[in-house]
Design a protein around this ligand. Structure first.
Ligand SMILES: O=P(O)(O)OC[C@H]1O[C@](O)(COP(=O)(O)O)[C@@H](O)[C@@H]1O
Ligand SMILES: [Mg+2]
Length: 366
């Protein structure tokens, strides 16, 4: 039975050090985070948690009754990342504390480096959710698949045949450069939505709501590290949450768009386009040219605030062909070497280390 009060699901993540380069999180960091979150669960700050990693990103998946942007929960995540950073420093891991961009923490991790996806809702009798976590890419990587889930009837059969989905969804889109927001409805504003979110480095889907009752359906992290720091400090490596079934897209409708390994920005030095490859958690470790960019999907049920699961959703032969296609695309893109469109365009390269090289070249200009 539902408790009737609103539960919050928060995913807060950061890269605080990688083993053998920007590769994977060391087990001692997972153990440190697990210890910290166990204590917080015992003291009642959070209701439940699951710690995992995608490549070099440490992921804290938490449930609680403190709402989004809770000072207690954000402080807990910050302290956990700080503690894990100490362990990373001790072990000499690469880029220890990389994503903790500020020393002056003021109660909310937004704008401080870590990525955040959170949503608050009244738990349904059965509350299936999917936690998506990606490495070597940016928040705009979710634009294409989330558009398909919530606005494309060729992906989501429920938009056509389920009366609970038929009126469509509302998209909250953030302009990360001008810091503006748009609320646009699908299907009626579809072309406007696409006009914005096709520019993946600037406009990102932040949240999606069911249009007929404004119920939250999905949330995506929107932190662009380079925009926060004003220089290249690693890629944002986004996370997202999607509620499934019974008035929301079915689990399979949520996973379906990831069968297309679309090109995303990130990969080597955050400066290259490459295919987004859906993988199991055990394969969430970037290698080839620091990639290809990877995404995992963990399925949970939330029951009385507790996380039941997870099930590793891309650990499935149904995604083998996608992975194979991703490898073929990776080969094709790699053959471009330092040329566009493998390497990102000049606007995006502005936030990499390339400008330093170009500055030096000024001397040679005639
Ligand atoms: O840290 P370095 O040696 O300057 O190298 C840049 C690194 O930045 C990265 O883009 C960082 O990736 P992450 O954002 O996943 O940490 C790697 O591809 C690359 O190894
Ligand atoms: Mg990473």
């Amino acid at each position: 039975m539902s408790t009737g009060k609103k539960v919050t699901l928060s995913i807060i993540k950061a890269d605080v050090g990688g083993l053998a380069g920007h590769h994977v999180v060391h087990p001692d960091l997972i153990a440190t985070a697990t210890r910290m979150l166990s204590e917080a669960k015992e003291s009642g700050i959070i209701e439940d948690f699951y710690v995992t990693n995608v490549g070099d990103d440490l992921q804290l998946i938490m449930t609680h009754y403190r709402g989004v942007d809770s000072k207690d929960v954000h402080s807990l995540a910050w302290d956990t990342f700080k503690e894990a950073t100490k362990v990373a420093q001790k072990l000499g891991l690469y880029g220890a504390g990389q994503d903790l961009l500020s020393d002056a923490f003021s109660g909310n991790v937004r704008g401080m480096g870590p990525g955040v996806a959170e949503m608050e809702f009244i738990e349904r009798t059965s509350e299936p959710v999917v936690a998506f976590m990606a490495d070597k890419t940016e928040p705009g990587a979710f634009n294409l698949p989330f558009y398909k889930i919530y606005a494309d009837p060729f992906n989501t059969a429920g938009l056509v045949i389920d009366p609970k989905l038929h009126s469509g969804f509302k998209f909250e889109i953030w302009d990360l450069i001008e810091h503006k927001q748009y609320f646009l409805n699908a299907p009626e504003d579809s072309y406007d939505i696409l006009a914005l979110i096709g520019t993946t480095g600037r406009f990102t889907i932040k949240r999606v709501y069911r249009k007929d009752n404004n119920e939250i359906a999905a949330a995506v992290s929107s932190e662009r590290l380079n925009l926060i720091a004003g220089k290249y400090v690693g890629k944002d490596d986004p996370v997202a949450i999607a509620r499934a079934q019974s008035g929301f897209p079915a689990l399979g409708e949520i996973l379906e768009p990831f069968s297309f390994p679309h090109l995303v920005a990130g990969w080597m030095r955050g400066s290259h386009n490459g295919p987004l490859m859906p993988v199991s958690q055990k394969d969430a470790r970037c290698t080839r040219f620091d990639g290809p960019p990877r995404i995992i999907a963990l399925g949970f049920n939330i029951k009385d605030g507790k996380l039941i699961g997870p099930t590793d959703l891309f650990d499935d032969p149904a995604f083998d062909e996608t992975r194979r296609t991703a490898q073929i695309i990776a080969d094709y893109m790699r053959r471009h070497g330092p040329f566009m469109p493998h390497r990102l365009g000049p606007e995006e390269m502005e936030y990499t280390t390339l400008p330093q090289v170009l500055k030096k070249l000024e001397e040679k200009k005639i």
